[in-house]
Design a protein around this ligand. Sequence first.
Ligand SMILES: [Zn+2]
Length: 546
Amino acid sequence: MRKTLVLSIDSGCWEYIDPLLAAGRMPNVARLIERGARGVLESTMPPITPVAFSSFLTGVNPGKHGIFDWSLRREDGRGGMVNAGALKAPPFWTYLNQHRVRVGLFNVPLTYPPQPIDGFIVPGIPVPRTARRFTYPPEALDRIEERFGPYRVDVPRDLLTEGVDAYVQAWIEYETMQTEAAMALAEAYGVDLLVFNYASLDRVNHFAPGMEHIAQVLVNVDTQIGRWMERFPEANFVLMSDHGSRRIRTAFLLGPWLVQHGYAAYGEHSLDIPPHEANFALARFLREKGMQGRKEKLVRAGLRLLLRGMPAPLRRRFWERAYRSAPEALAYRFTERLDWARTKVFAMSNSGPLLINTGAGDGRGAVGPDEYERIRDALIRDLLSVRDPQGRPVFSRVYRREEIYHGPALADAPDLIADHYESDCDIVVDNKPGLFCFVDRLGRFGDHSRRGILVASGPDFASRPPSDPVYASILDLPATLLHLYGAPLPRDWDGQVLRNLLATPLAEREVVYADTTAPETGTPGEGYSADEEVQVMEHLRDLGYL
Ligand SMILES: [Zn+2]
């Protein structure tokens, strides 16, 4: 069976790569383009890692797979961080496994907790820092660690305190090691299709002020791609990205804007910390009080139990006292300061999804069904009128959820999705009341865009002149991969086979659809424990996503 290597450059975009190609600094990608085709891969809205990779993994739009942001919106009002267990559609590789195609996934986001696969899974973010034996099969981790020492997912952001140079150097070493590890696993498990995600560009784009650091990680990714080409000269190569990148100059503080425009209100001293935030808030509080390790965990577990059984007024008093004794630890999150009874709109991340408070906070819904559409209309109008300091619009579009998603999970979707991804503004929800709405970058220099990259090159792919690029959706990739291996496509998939990328006879072969029900596979393990949830939140906050 022909091998296919799907190499993802997280955040990869032509705006960054083309100048390096022109300067001869990415010769391996240049060779792939020369022999194959290049294109633009349109990401999801919002173009963020969990939504985009969930769509790639399942072949369906978020209205079907149910991942709309880094956090989940649940009917019972509990939030929670996303993980593979929350996906409501089976991943594409289950259909390939059914068709006897063996698949390996390395560092692909949203694959933790891993489920049984014919092949292997070494998950990408988010993986709790203390998770043990987090690969499938668990021995895959042993194979890596025997050779390379302790393996952890992602390069710690703390390294930035030593400077961007040190951070970039750590990423270069890390991805060199990851490539070797993935090569060893691909051989050990005899995989036919490998998906590998290089995450360095995404992180360095967020935190590096200048382009040279970005160039350094891209040049290294090109070197790693060259190693794959050398090792598997007969393979098909697909380069992709889950979304593109852009540079940012200012940050728009959505929190105070919502308050100033009457969509949200801060509580005086109410500190109604919603149940799904309690664990995170306690962890912050106890650490601020100098508690650590096992002791902190025990105290936190005890306090959570106690809080759960407390009547609301008592619980509020507990938080008020905690706040007075450690305000810095608790003044961390916009939702925490909201007065839910007077809040109509809120956000759970910095990605653009906005939620109408229909009772999601703590059951005290401020917006009734009769008011819902009026608020959405007004909010769209108001957001579209926001201008940055140069007088340009911050939001190019604000979508109603039903305009961009369809499927049984639509009811879990955010009510509006604000698209600031064409601007050079970052969105920040977590902030203090009374600040101006525009500030400098707050330590982040880059964010995502919707335009990702696509390159297809190898024996099963056609050669096209670079002047004739292909325009595709990220949903088209899984469809094309199934077609490549002759597996029937589930009829409810939302993407199309990219025939214009394929060589004959594949380009002419009829696309076969089937009313496949989800293949029998093991379910992913449990989601996160309370403590793991804290770790994941902290990791994502470090990256500026929450
Ligand atoms: Zn990403």
